[in-house]
Every structure is written in structure tokens, then in C-alpha cells.
Design a protein around this ligand. Structure first.
Ligand SMILES: [Zn+2]
Length: 261
């Protein structure tokens, strides 16, 4: 299954973290090639060709000014990749030659102007097809990569899973290495700070609040007397006073609060 992979440009150009299998098939590489990945121009830009020579010049300026490049010194290719490239080369060259023959033949053999025009048009279409096939034999296109994010990464839109897994593992290893490096730097910085600033200067006492020593105690449960339920009588109470209902315990002299003005 094909997946999309985006590899940091630094990995591609230095070769560090570059997978050992090819991007397209996930097969072990048998050859490593110098490959120049480039960013793609919007397909609409190619409509400028319709304007003729001026359009072609403008297109060339757009491509040369916006194109970002990432050079891989040793990019992996498997036997299938090499085969694909050779096939594209032969097919492209063959079709180009056929287009050339059509163009020349139609002019040389045909007698009527209409036949020459038709033959020429057909020849040009075949020539363009051959040129496209030849372009597809380029190493970056065989690898299936293009530069994105202003040259920060190289994208493989239809990469093999094995290739993607290796690329991801390399990026994770790099992230871990970076994190470890940052931690080491931080530790070294802390040690340096500790050496330069060993404790508070003399005369300065650590701040403490005046009543910080006495934290508020949690509220204690109220005495048993407020409890409407009769408390279990201790043996001494049981001997001195007889058990009475809760109402009888209230002092008779105390008038009800409702009568107060
Ligand atoms: Zn391959």
C-alpha cells in the first residue's frame, strides 16, 4: 500500500536517515544515484505555453525563480526502479524517433497540403508524448519525490510502507537525540549556575510567615449536649440519674425564644 512520506531536506542532502530501501517499491537498494529533487510548479503555469514564445519565457522565469532544490548524494534504487528508468528511456526515445519520422515523412511523401498538415500535427503529438516519457525517466521522478515547504522537506506521495517506516524511525531517532542533547545542555547550564551562585548571600534569611507555624485546626465535632440523640450513658451517669426522655432534660426555667420581644 502506498503512503505519503515527508522527509526533512537535511536527511536527504546529508544521507543521514535515508532509508536503505527504495521509495517506490520498498525493495533493498542495489544502486545509489545522485538525485536532484525539485519543487513542482503549479500545473496552471504550464498554460502559459499556449501564449507561445513569450509564455514560454515567462514560464521559464517562474520555474527558475520559484524552484527549490534538494540534492541527494546517494539515493537508493532497487532493480525494479532501474528497470522502470530504462523502459522510460527506451520508450521515450522510440516514440520521439517515431514522431520525427512522422513529421519528416509527411512533408516528403504527401502531395496535398491537407495531408502534410495532418501528418505534421500527428507527428508533433507523438513527439510531445515521447518527450514526456523521456522526462519520466529522470531519477527524481523514478524515486517519486518532490521538494515542498520552501525546500524544508522532500515529499513522496506514493511511497512504499517499508520506506515510510524507515524514514519515520530515522526522524524519531533524530528527535530523541535532539532531546537528549538539550537535556545535557540544560544539565551543564544548571551545574554552571549552581557553581556561580551557591546559595543565598549572607544576611538574607529565608522568608517565613509569622503564623505559618500554626495552621488552623480542623473544626472539632460539637459537644454531645447539642446532639438531639441521647448519648450512650456512661455507667456513672446511669447510676446517678435515671434515664429520661430528651425533652425532660431541658431546664424548665428557660422560657421559649418565641416569647422574647
Ligand atoms: Zn524500487
Amino acid at each position: 500500500m502506498a503512503v505519503e512520506v515527508r522527509i526533512p531536506a537535511g536527511f536527504v542532502s546529508t544521507g543521514w536517515g535515508t532509508p536503505t530501501v527504495c521509495a517506490r517499491h520498498g525493495e533493498p537498494a542495489v544502486e545509489h544515484k545522485r538525485v536532484q529533487f525539485v519543487s513542482s510548479v503549479s500545473p496552471f503555469a504550464y498554460l502559459l505555453v499556449l501564449l507561445g514564445l513569450i509564455g514560454l519565457i515567462v514560464l521559464a522565469i517562474i520555474i527558475s525563480s520559484n524552484r527549490k532544490q534538494v540534492m541527494a548524494t546517494a539515493w537508493p534504487f532497487c532493480p525494479q526502479c532501474l528497470q522502470r528508468r530504462v523502459k522510460s528511456l527506451y520508450v521515450g526515445a522510440g516514440v520521439l524517433f517515431a514522431g520525427l519520422v512522422l513529421c519528416v515523412g509527411s512533408v516528403a511523401i504527401s502531395s496535398s497540403e491537407g495531408a502534410i498538415g495532418t501528418g505534421l500535427l500527428l507527428g508533433i503529438v507523438v513527439l510531445i508524448t515521447g518527450a514526456i516519457a523521456l522526462v519520466r525517466s529522470n531519477w527524481p521522478i523514478v524515486a517519486g519525490g518532490r521538494v515542498i515547504e520552501s525546500g524544508q522537506r522532500v515529499e513522496f506521495r506514493r511511497a512504499h510502507e517499508t520506506f515510510a517506516a524507515q524514514a519515520l524511525a530515522a526522524e524519531q531517532a533524530a528527535a530523541q537525540h535532539y532531546a537528549a542533547q538539550q537535556a545535557a545542555y540544560a544539565a551543564a547550564y544548571d551545574a554552571q549556575q549552581a557553581a556561580a551562585y551557591a546559595g543565598p548571600p549572607p544576611g538574607v534569611q529565608p522568608y517565613a510567615a509569622p503564623d505559618a507555624a500554626a495552621p488552623p485546626s480542623p473544626p472539632q465535632p460539637s459537644p454531645v449536649a447539642d446532639d438531639p440523640q441521647p448519648a450512650p450513658a456512661t455507667p456513672a451517669d446511669a447510676l446517678s440519674t435515671p434515664a429520661a426522655p430528651p425533652d425532660a432534660l431541658a431546664p424548665p426555667a428557660d422560657p421559649p425564644r418565641a416569647d422574647q420581644p
